[in-house]
Write a protein that binds this ligand. Structure first.
Ligand code: FUL
Length: 641
């Protein structure tokens, strides 16, 4: 009798242990974050004043009459994104210039004052309908910084901004994301004041109150900001996450003693996240399809190729982040052909690559299975399509391995791994081996698995058998996916004859400023070398003038300025004047403006002239820089006819 009782007690215990899932590890994603992870890729649509004024940032004094697309078609844009494999679009409802693309009650600076559809149009409504039709999700971006509003900087503006969000949250259906950029405060029109208005980005907007509003009105939306709260900015606008990239993050403020907040955080650290960070705050990698976020005719030749986009996909989605690709409809209100083509080809590539999982049908033998419960926690669950079914080990087993015997000899160059992130980010690193004689040879090793990890091998591997080794984990594992794919053979270089308009710089001479150190670095065609103002005790006064003698008269149609590319921002120009001369003595101003968004997106800045000018000398007068004391230039040049 005693023996019988003991036996049944043991079997109850075993069943309990064999059935019980591992305890979750660390912070966990919310339901909306899980859906966001599953989306993997979406687009960010900038179509507003900037499209018509050829600017990245409008000043706020644009006349609404300027907004008049000739052939706007939201479906054409949304469908192009869909064909690229994207699952949703985030539409910029208001950019920094303050122009609202929906008929808002909060300001007269809105679409109802434009000639488009006789003031009866609503761009956001049309995107909402197009998304419904295409089965795509919708998100919205409403810029906190508003260079049009006379109230900006005052408490009244914050109420107005919240009203705008309320309108957007209540009128356009469920959103998957509420997107809040961190660029805010600076000069602007401000209802005619035309002045500099600075705000404290940590306190002015009252982000916590805004997030509460979002949670209440759009409970299934994730909130994107520099530092979350749900999705963090990866820290660059180039579209890639760190090779190691944790979904968890503990934001750091740049100054001691202050709390990090939207628009105020050490962004350099967010590219990697924090192992065991305080929050589940995965990264979003935003990058425009063209160099700028808005449409500029001058960038028609610079649409990223499908192969470049695929690289970015591996470096974002393949590292557990989401890819947010910027689309820029043109003045018609449609995506240009070249952009559509590139998206379509990307979609085709992705479909081809992921069409067949070569590990399907493999025999898997694991070194440990949780509670010996094969059907619930066995390694076969790695092969199904369910992101949340998983191979788990007993609590004490953190470095298991599994031998994968493929159904035949297979050739692959892409490996996919996923954790069941409902149980947290548990694994630190995994290695993959293939047999070599009597031994194993390691072909890949990766850190930070999380929701999705793609390993693109330097060359294809052919084998019948593999071994997956968990090298380090913080708790017993919950791995949900192991897949093998092969990219198509077309390695043919994506060559596109790029029109080269740059004037050669041989024979050029720098005439100033005297304080410029290594001036030649600005005309050596090497983006990595920098000309910089010499550091002295006295702070240089502005404007700082960079003067070039091109040695001969050139028919100049545009000037180019490449800011430093070393991830630093000191000396980057953001307000400038270009002048030309034929004797180096008397000068004529030919262009003046601002290099908008240069800090976040330090791409080459092309300043087109209204009319070509013939000149031998040119001068870049830097009126203002984004950080530091003096100026810095990676390259300066001209485009000629
Ligand atoms: C930034 C903005 O300043 C850019 O203009 C663009 O909208 C980008 C996506 O976010 O913060």
């Amino acid at each position: 009798m005693k023996k019988y009782l003991f036996g049944s007690f043991l079997s109850v215990l075993l069943t309990a242990c064999g059935d019980a899932p591992p305890a979750p590890y660390g912070v966990l994603p919310t339901e909306s974050q899980l859906s966001w992870h599953e989306m993997e890729m979406y687009c960010l649509i900038h179509f507003s004043m900037g499209t018509f004024t050829d600017k990245e940032w409008g000043f706020g004094d644009e006349d609404p009459s300027v907004f008049n697309p000739s052939d706007f078609n939201a479906y054409q844009i949304v469908n192009a994104a869909k064909e690229g494999g994207f699952k949703g679009v985030v539409v910029v409802a208001k950019h920094h210039d303050g122009f609202c693309l929906w008929p808002t009650e909060t300001t007269s600076h809105n679409i109802s004052k434009s000639p488009w559809k006789n003031g009866k149009g609503d761009i956001i409504r049309e995107f909402q309908q197009a998304c419904e039709q295409a089965g795509m999700k919708l998100g919205l971006y409403c810029s906190p910084w508003d260079r049009n509003s006379s109230l900006y900087g005052k408490p009244e503006y914050v109420s107005l901004y919240r009203e705008q969000l309320k309108e957007l949250y209540s009128n356009y259906g469920p959103l998957f994301i509420s997107w809040h950029d961190g660029a805010n405060g600076g000069d602007g029109y401000y209802g005619g004041a035309r002045e500099l208005r600075k705000i404290d980005r940590t306190t002015y907007y009252g982000w916590d109150t805004i997030w509460m509003l979002t949670r209440k009105m759009q409970p299934s939306a994730v909130i994107f900001g520099d530092v979350g709260p749900d999705v963090r900015w990866v820290g660059n606008e180039k579209g890639y996450a760190g090779e190691t990239c944790w979904a968890t993050y503990t934001p750091q403020a740049p100054d001691e003693g202050r709390e990090p907040a939207n628009g105020y955080a050490k962004s350099a650290e967010s590219i990697q996240g924090t192992r065991n960070g305080r929050f589940w705050m995965p990264a979003e990698c935003d990058v425009p399809l063209r160099p700028g976020w808005f449409y500029h005719k001058s960038q028609d030749q610079q649409v990223k190729s499908p192969y470049e986009l695929l690289d970015l996909y591996y470096q974002s989605v393949g590292r557990g982040a989401c890819l947010d690709l910027g689309l820029a409809p043109d003045q018609r209100g449609r995506l240009p052909e070249e952009d559509v083509k590139s998206l379509k080809q990307l979609g085709g590539l992705l479909k081809q690559i992921f069409a067949e999982n070569l590990a399907k049908g493999a025999r898997l033998t694991a070194s440990n299975i949780r509670g010996n419960n094969e059907s619930k926690f066995g390694p076969n669950l790695l092969l199904d399509e369910d992101r949340y079914s998983y191979w788990a080990t007993d609590d004490s087993v953190t470095t298991p391995n599994v031998i994968v015997e493929l159904p035949g000899t297979k050739t692959f160059n892409l490996i996919r791994l996923r954790e069941n992130i409902k149980l947290g980010q548990r694994i630190d690193s995994i290695a993959i081996d293939v047999p070599e004689g009597e031994k194993w040879r390691e072909i890949a090793g990766v850190t930070s698995i999380g929701s999705n990890r793609l390993i693109r091998l330097p060359e294809a591997v052919t084998c019948r058998k593999l071994r997956l080794r968990v090298e380090k984990a913080a708790a017993c594992i919950a791995l949900s996916d192991f897949s093998l794919f092969r990219e198509p053979e077309h390695t043919a270089v994506w060559g596109r004859a790029k029109q080269n308009l740059s004037a050669p710089k041989s024979g050029w001479k720098i005439n100033g400023p005297v304080s410029l150190l290594n001036g030649n670095n600005a005309i050596d065609e090497d983006p990595a070398t920098i000309a910089e103002t010499e550091k002295t005790d006295s702070i240089p006064s502005f404007p700082q003038e960079f003067e070039i003698d091109m040695g001969k008269v050139e028919p100049v149609i545009a000037f180019t300025y490449l800011p430093r590319q070393d991830k630093k921002t000191e000396g980057m120009a953001d307000k400038f004047v270009y002048s030309v001369s034929n004797d180096g003595k008397s000068w004529q101003e030919v262009a003046r403006g601002e290099f908008s968004n240069i800090k976040a997106n330090p791409i080459e800045q092309v300043t087109w002239l209204r009319q070509p000018v013939k000149a031998r000398y040119y001068k870049l007068s830097v009126l203002r820089i984004v950080a530091g004391d003096g100026i810095s230039i990676a390259e300066s040049g001209v485009l000629i006819k």
